[in-house]
Design a protein around this ligand. Structure first.
Ligand SMILES: Nc1ncnc2c1ncn2[C@@H]1O[C@H](COP(=O)(O)OP(=O)(O)OP(=O)(O)O)[C@@H](O)[C@H]1O
Length: 678
């Protein structure tokens, strides 16, 4: 044995006969019928509170003061984002908005001037002639206002995509770097997807909504100002006319939010079926076992429900609108009666009265818009808040940074008494693991499922940090080094490698941080060593072939072919440490043999340390050392021959696998590459 291990004092344990996790079976027989999804009565239950819909309908349940109280904060937030994204356009939008509101108010005053001339004494042609200058003024104000509004829209069109791009880039930059253990948390997944799906979408929408909110608020203020100038008693009259309209608008906005929430929940349920029916990956299985019929039936059942729901919501909305108009109409009637009384009493000239009617109409429409948009802004801002909160949380979960960079060459990696327990777990995944890896060595990790091999590999890759013990590169603790610089010096090839929907060449270079630049000779050597050269050669377009059926002209690879590309990607990286976590599980036996030959003998860097995790023990016999994991510890360590001679766990597993093959492999007594889990 070449490496001290923490094997039990009583010697190496014998082979296991029963699975450690087996337990008595208590599962009853399944029922004869089962619903395909939620029943009619509870179609949206459980969906409404799902992570992606938590804020849907929030505006419907918030009180009016709650909505109003949040508006200044939201406006300030959007203003800040806009300012950071594009100062000139933000300033233009604000100034144009203010000037446009002033033009609206001046236009109203000029209209009263026109009415004043039209309602004065004298022959009609004279009255019209006298009103012409005021009419030109009204036209001038209206034209200027139109130009200013175009200025607001142009500035908004400039600033909105910038806000979205800035938010999206920052969001993706942060979330792409968050530490692995945080990403593996289920809540994290929910939060990130919510921020991506909804937060970014509403961040774009909310800019226009805040502009509309400001425009409506300014118009309302302008109207109040004009009425105050005409006669101070008109101000309470404005209030009297707008309050019923406001109440109706609040009710109708809330009803719309409630109905949207339900409609959205139903839509999402339906989309599960359309996704499955359209999905390329599911296509073969759906067709081979006639599952389409079952999915289409369920889809039809749900769409019928949606159609009924749509009609119900439409009728409700129409009735609510009618009720709103009736309430608003009563308010307007009372207002006009009061106005008539003021005119009869001689408090107000006729022209001012007519101007007041105009102003009140503008005030009512501004308030309705204000209330509708305020509800939209309130609810959508919750999603934007979520997005910003995820960004903030991501900043706290970034890997450690340091001036100390991982070296390009390493003679020795020492792992000493490393402990690691996954968050939320009681049992440690690694419970005091020690070993040394030397430059140029190939070391295999073997052991039962769940014994800690992959966790140990991820620790070596710098993806997790040891909670106790240390991992040192030539004596320097990796925790003192910049985490990303360590990760860059380690190449990982995992069992289920990412299938990048890019060209074959980009799939090989992506691990070095580029999709577009390649070192041709190195790429060819890596592809050859992994057996991926044959895969690429057979593709139309070869290196440039797009590896995704989702795109026009894209190619589909088999699982084994993808594995070869992934191994080539790992070999292409100029890594100090190459970690292969069962990369050949989906390869055919000759391909698997070729990859192990390449890893053992054809590596591109002779000083590279290679760690190989495999359940197929035939592939590890030629490794310099084999570490046997059990329950988060290393229980045996040595070469194949040493471990076979020791007659412990490894020997038992190997003999079990070997007994599954009639003929030996490239060593006497060793199994040919094939699958037989220990
Ligand atoms: N992301 C994770 N979160 C929580 N627990 C985990 C996570 N990954 C692994 N574990 C647990 O840690 C223990 C060790 O798992 P690990 O994947 O390291 O084992 P392994 O030896 O690589 O297994 P296998 O041969 O099945 O790949 C197991 O109990 C497993 O359930």
């Amino acid at each position: 044995m070449s490496e001290p291990t923490d094997a039990p004092a009583g010697g190496i344990p014998g082979p296991r006969t029963a699975h450690p996790h087996s337990r008595p079976r208590t599962l009853p027989l399944p029922p004869a019928t089962v619903p395909a999804g939620p029943e009619d009565a509870d179609m949206t239950d459980g969906l409404e509170e799902a992570y992606w819909s938590v804020h849907d309908g929030a505006a419907a349940s918030a009180s009016v003061p709650q909505v109003l109280a949040r508006l200044p904060k939201i406006t300030a937030l959007i203003g800040r984002l806009a300012w950071q994204a594009d100062r000139a356009s933000t300033l233009t939008a604000v100034l144009c908005q203010l000037a446009s509101a002033a033009m609206a108010a001046l236009g109203l005053i000029a209209s009263v001037g026109v009415l004043h001339h039209l309602f004065s004494q004298g022959p009609t042609p004279d009255r019209v002639r006298a009103a012409v200058p005021q009419l030109l003024l009204v036209a001038g104000f209206l034209a200027t206002r139109a130009l200013l509004e175009a200025g607001v829209a142009t500035a908004q069109a400039r600033v909105t995509p910038k806000i979205r791009t800035a938010l999206e880039s920052e969001f993706l930059r942060l979330t792409a770097h968050v530490r692995l253990e945080a990403v593996e948390d289920a809540d994290w997944h929910d939060e990130v997807h919510r921020a991506n799906d909804r937060g970014l979408f509403y961040a774009r929408m909310i800019v226009g909504q805040v502009v509309a909110l400001a425009s409506a608020a300014l118009r309302l203020i302008g109207t109040a100002g004009v009425l105050g100038i005409l006669h101070p008693a008109l101000l309470p009259l404005l209030l009297l006319s707008v309050v019923p309209v406001g109440v109706a608008a609040v009710h109708s906005a809330r009803a719309r939010f409630r109905s949207f929430k339900r409609w959205n929940a139903l839509q999402r349920r339906i989309r599960v079926f359309s996704w499955l029916l359209l999905d390329v990956d599911a296509a073969a299985e759906l067709r081979s076992d006639a599952a389409q019929g079952a999915l289409l039936d369920e889809h039809r059942r749900l769409t019928t429900k949606i159609a009924e729901e749509d009609t119900r919501l439409g009728v409700n909305a129409a009735l609510l609108h009618l009720a709103g108009r009736a309430v608003g109409g009563v308010g307007t009637g009372i207002t006009y009666a009061a106005l008539a009384a003021m005119l009869i009493a001689g408090w107000l000239p006729l022209a001012a009265g007519a101007g007041a009617v105009l102003a009140i109409q503008v005030g009512q429409s501004s308030l309705t818009q204000l209330i509708e948009v305020a509800h939209l802004v309130y609810e959508h801002a919750l999603w934007v808040d979520d997005l910003l909160a995820v960004q903030e949380r991501s900043r706290r979960l970034l890997p450690r940074t340091s001036e100390v960079r991982a070296p390009e060459r390493v003679k020795e990696i020492t792992v000493r008494d490393v402990h690691f327990t996954y968050p939320g777990k009681d049992t440690p995944a690694l419970n005091g693991v020690s070993f040394t890896l030397r430059a140029g060595e190939t070391v295999a990790f073997v052991g039962l499922n769940g014994s800690g091999k992959s966790t140990c590999a991820k620790l070596l890759a710098g993806l997790y940090e040891a909670q106790r013990g240390s991992v040192r590169w030539d004596g320097v603790d990796v925790l003192e080094m910049d985490a990303q610089s360590v990760q860059r010096r380690v190449a990982c090839v995992l069992q289920d490698p990412v299938r990048f929907p890019f060209s074959a060449l980009s799939n090989i270079t992506v691990g070095t941080g580029t999709l577009t630049e390649a070192e041709p000779r190195r790429a060819m050597a890596a592809a050859r060593a992994a057996g991926a050269d044959g895969v690429v050669e057979a593709l139309p377009g070869q290196w440039k072939a797009l590896l995704s059926k989702r795109f026009k002209g894209g190619q589909q690879l088999s699982g084994g072919q993808w594995a070869k590309i992934a191994v080539a990607r790992g070999l292409y990286q100029d890594a100090v440490l190459l970690l292969l976590d069962e990369p050949t599980a989906s390869m055919d036996p000759p391909s698997e043999h070729a990859v192990y030959e390449a890893v053992l003998r054809g590596r591109l860097r002779t000083d590279q340390i290679t760690v190989l995790i495999s359940h197929r023990l035939a592939s590890v016999v030629d490794c310099d050392r084999i570490l046997v994991f059990d329950g988060g510890r290393i229980v045996e360590s040595g070469s194949h021959d040493e471990l076979m001679a020791a007659g412990g766990d490894y020997a038992a597993m190997f003999t079990l696998q070997a007994s599954g093959y009639r003929t030996g492999g490239h060593r006497s007594g060793s199994p040919a590459a094939g699958e037989a889990g220990p």
